[in-house]
Design a protein around this ligand. Structure first.
Ligand code: NI
Length: 173
């Protein structure tokens, strides 16, 4: 397993649409394990493969809270098959937007089908934070970021802060 560098905004990779995984094999699992390690180390509760520069439809998540044991979740080629009309608002962050948070509205419950780490088809019904996290990560597969759900004003404020942070980091290198 290895930590992979996380791509931060603004970066063209984050706008890219990811491709389906054709076969879940050892290479897929190696990437999944790297993603989980990278996500836990960040620390974060969700990561899409494109955030480590790989345009494949893979997401890793863990929304468990201490003192509960870790509960890693791997979704390959996820598809939302049902979502509620009721929405919920949640303050979201993103590992590609360090220190930036904003309220986003999304369907409160969803049903998603996907392949697990072994390539087995699964269906999961989710609500609360898990539903938020799945939808946020699935957006990444389409090149959509949480800031794209915000008003133009809020989005440009966050993007401006990100651009400034990036220039400062580059200057420090
Ligand atoms: Ni994100």
């Amino acid at each position: 397993m290895a930590l992979r560098p996380i791509v931060t905004a603004p970066h063209p990779l984050l706008k890219q649409v990811s491709k389906p995984v054709e076969m879940v094999n050892d290479a897929t699992r190696a990437l999944v394990d790297d993603m989980l390690e990278t996500m836990y180390a960040a620390p974060g509760i969700g990561l899409a493969a494109i955030q480590v520069g790989i345009p494949k439809r893979i997401i890793t998540m863990d929304v468990s809270k201490e003192p509960d044991p870790p509960s890693p979740l791997v979704l390959i080629n996820p598809e939302i098959v049902w979502s509620s009309d009721t929405e919920q608002s949640y303050e979201e962050g993103c590992l590609s937007f360090p220190d930036q948070y904003a309220e986003v509205d999304r369907p409160a419950s969803i049903e998603v089908k996907y392949l697990d780490r072994d390539g087995k088809a699964q269906v999961l019904k989710a609500e609360g934070l898990l539903a938020v996290c799945i939808q946020h990560e699935m957006d990444h597969l389409e090149g959509v970021l949480f800031v794209d759900h915000l008003s133009t004003l809020k989005r440009s404020m966050i993007l401006r802060r990100m651009g400034k942070a990036k220039r400062l980091n580059t200057a420090a290198e």
